[in-house]
Design a protein around this ligand. Structure first.
Ligand SMILES: [Zn+2]
Ligand SMILES: [Zn+2]
Length: 253
């Protein structure tokens, strides 16, 4: 299936282009509603479409892989940088486990948004592993607290070009060669796919292998733009914080 990926990719790019013209600039949706066609996918950043991405990858014959050994033909390496919310990470992790997918979650030790050393943080680490996922370190340069909570794999948070792809002693940097290659890498940064949503190429087996970076918060909380999604996250966070205050015997009357 993957031997002809270059040809398939060319055809798929052409199809996307042709359909894109017909849809007058509408991004990503590459299916039409003609009889017998695949159902139209919205390419929304929500859990329904994340599940569709996973199903597309399975239909395309990909297997879920980790940052171990070198990327092989047919590998789909799912990576999640958890910048803001352990709750979002766990919700995505449960969905993945339900669909038979496994990922590597990169967690921060010094986040201002969550505390990995709190009971909630410890439960999150435990649950991610129970679900069959791996846990790497999402580090802020140059601080590397690569303790026993993490596999020996690091993803820098908002890295500068100077060290982004540099090897790390005793650990794998997910952006070093051969793990990073623009042809086999997609990221959803700030709710924007720079090279388009990969679901169609996954479904047709167009990538020889893929390193797919997604941020759980973007998919779990509703919003058509990053600002809306972040505000939705904060609204949920507020409710959670009120519950925590009540649990801590704070008088909220
Ligand atoms: Zn899509
Ligand atoms: Zn990050």
């Amino acid at each position: 299936m993957f031997q002809q990926h270059k040809l398939v990719r060319r055809v798929s790019l052409w199809l996307n282009h042709a359909v894109g013209v017909r849809l007058e600039g509408r991004l990503c949706c590459s299916n039409t509603s003609s009889p017998g066609a695949e159902p139209t996918l919205s390419c929304a950043f929500d859990l329904a479409h994340y599940r569709e991405l996973l199903e597309a990858a399975k239909a395309g014959g990909y297997r879920f892989a980790f940052f171990e050994g070198e990327p092989a033909e047919g590998d789909l390496i799912l990576r999640h940088d958890v910048d803001l919310s352990l709750d979002a990470a766990l919700r995505l992790a449960e969905l993945e486990a339900e669909t038979g997918a496994a990922s590597t979650y990169f967690l921060m030790t010094g986040s201002i948004f969550y505390n990995l050393s709190s009971p909630e943080g410890e439960r999150a680490l435990e649950r991610l592993r129970e679900l069959g996922h791996r846990v790497g370190l999402h580090a802020v340069y140059p601080r590397l607290e690569l303790d026993e909570r993490f596999e020996r794999v690091v993803a820098w948070h908002n890295p500068d070009p100077g060290y982004m792809r540099a090897p790390i002693e005793g650990a794998l940097n997910v952006m070093e060669s051969p793990w990073f290659d623009p042809e086999t890498y997609r990221s959803d940064s700030n709710q924007h796919w720079r090279s388009g949503c990969p679901h169609e190429e996954l479904r047709t087996g167009a990538f020889p292998w893929l390193h797919l970076l997604t941020h759980p918060e973007i998919w779990v909380y509703p919003g058509e733009r990053m600002g809306q999604t972040m505000r939705a996250m904060l609204e949920e966070e507020k409710e959670r914080r009120l519950d925590q205050l009540a649990d801590d015997r704070i008088d909220l009357s």
